[in-house]
Design a protein around this ligand. Structure first.
Ligand code: AMP
Ligand code: GLY
Length: 430
């Protein structure tokens, strides 16, 4: 059977790489893909926005399964459009993807399901939000635009002045466009963040091992927020007891509440959690694999992902064996363009990929890359490469990942140097 992966980042490269290992899969196509997916699979020059062209391609190329990586086509209804044509696609429906597409909807589900989350208030008018902030006893707030804003619609504020400014930006200046037509003001939580993802068919959940992202641009979690500068898994911050608690008190009630709202969720439900002194609290849900968390997760997953995705679509996840994992931890270091997450140049030749590929237990997933007309790999985005290594310990995996990073360079390339250090420190204390 042939498989089509929709998207062009590191997550989609990891999905294509993993799916191509399935004995049930003949060929993997990626639309539109990057230089890495051109090597490990076959690229198709169709944008993730062009639903009619994707459908036509799937029909003409015996695509038995389409896997949608990013949130934008999911919230725009790509899975519904495929299903309407009798095609099989992995991912939530447009309605269910609102868990990520609308923070107001997500909060409503969380509150109905009694899932622990930050207290919040929804607003449509800036004036009402200003009154609320003025009369609040708090001085720390988080202001969130309702809709998708490429990870930028969340402003963490340490004073009332900052909160006024955030409301002005989102609701009056419409810095994130229509995404700011509604917005939330919520209590600011403190703690370490963790990502717990589950594959669900709307009945059964298969929880993946916990991972941790590194959202800040620079070492020591300083600098502006990014799409994620690195990740590792498993994250001991979420031990087995906590993971079980999260399944019971967070993931299952969410899936069941969605069912009661006639919104069956099939796909990857990704809980972004804050591990507070009072216990885990949900910061947000995403409706897809995390990027970069997907890369170390799939590097360790032994189970055939194709089988799991097919079972999800057919709503028979309960018939599968539990997921099997490589015991070795994985560390993923993101290599980025100079200037990212601000403006950056594209088109630089990337050197050293072959040398890095020779290192044992290392896989370099491509994110923002493309092949030029001469077959040269060039930068084509802010986050360019995701270097993943498996090791006997997290420290060993980190060392191997950075050994590979050191072999690769282009003009202005950089990476954080401290990915997984929090984990190394926490586990060395035991
Ligand atoms: P979200 O897109 O809702 O996950 O928010 C993006 C980032 O903002 C999170 O990863 C957190 O770092 C931060 N954040 C979101 N909500 C809160 C909150 N209630 N308290 C503290 N930080 C938050
Ligand atoms: N790694 C964060 C995200 O995928 O949203």
């Amino acid at each position: 059977m042939n498989v089509l992966v929709v998207g062009s980042g590191g997550r989609e490269h990891a999905l294509a790489w993993k799916l191509s290992q399935s004995p049930s899969v003949d060929k993997v196509y990626v639309a539109p893909g990057n230089a890495g997916t051109a090597i490990d699979a076959e690229n198709v020059p169709i944008s993730e926005k062009d639903f009619p062209a994707l459908i036509q391609f799937a029909k003409e190329n015996r695509i038995g399964l389409t896997v949608v990586g990013p949130e934008a086509p999911l919230t725009a209804g790509l899975v519904d459009a495929f299903e309407a044509e009798g095609l099989r696609a992995f991912g939530p429906s447009k309605k269910a993807a609102q868990m990520e597409g609308s923070k107001v909807f997500c909060k409503e589900v969380l509150n109905r399901a009694l899932v622990p989350t930050a207290r919040s208030q929804t607003f449509e008018r800036a004036s009402e939000a200003y009154d609320y902030i003025r009369s609040s006893q708090e001085s720390n707030f988080v202001v969130k635009a309702d809709g998708l804003a490429a990870g930028k619609g969340v402003v963490v504020c340490s004073s009332k002045e900052e909160a006024f400014e955030a409301v002005k930006q989102i609701a009056e200046d419409r810095a994130f466009g229509a995404a700011g037509a509604r917005f939330l003001i919520e209590e600011r939580l403190v703690g370490q963040e963790a990502s717990v993802l589950a594959i669900t068919d709307g009945q059964t959940i298969m929880t993946l091992q916990p991972a941790q992202d590194h959202k800040a641009a620079h070492d020591g979690d300083t600098g502006p927020n990014t799409g994620g500068m690195g990740a590792y898994c498993p994250a001991s911050l979420v031990d087995d007891r906590k993971l079980h608690w999260i399944e019971e008190k967070v993931l299952l009630p969410t899936v069941f509440t969605l069912n009661r709202m006639d919104t069956k969720f099939k796909g990857v439900l990704y809980a972004g959690l804050m591990m507070t002194p009072q216990g885990p609290r949900v910061l947000e849900y995403n409706a897809r694999f995390g990027d970069p968390e997907c890369q170390p997760l799939l590097s360790r997953l032994k189970t055939d992902l194709f089988d799991v995705m097919q079972a999800t679509i057919d709503e028979r996840l309960c018939t599968l064996e539990p997921l099997a994992w490589d015991d070795r931890p994985a560390v993923c270091v993101v290599m980025a363009s100079e200037g990212y997450p601000g403006p950056y140049e594209k088109g630089y030749e990337i050197f050293g990929l072959d040398e890095a590929a020779k290192l044992p237990d290392v896989k370099v997933f491509h994110a923002g890359t493309k092949l030029d007309e001469n077959g040269v790999v060039r930068t084509n985005g802010g986050r360019v490469l995701d270097v993943v290594a498996l090791g006997d310990t997290v420290a060993d995996a980190k060392r191997k990942a950075y050994e590979a990073v050191a072999k690769i360079h282009w003009q202005g390339s950089w990476a954080r140097t401290d990915i997984a250090d929090k984990e190394i420190k926490a586990t060395s204390r035991n």
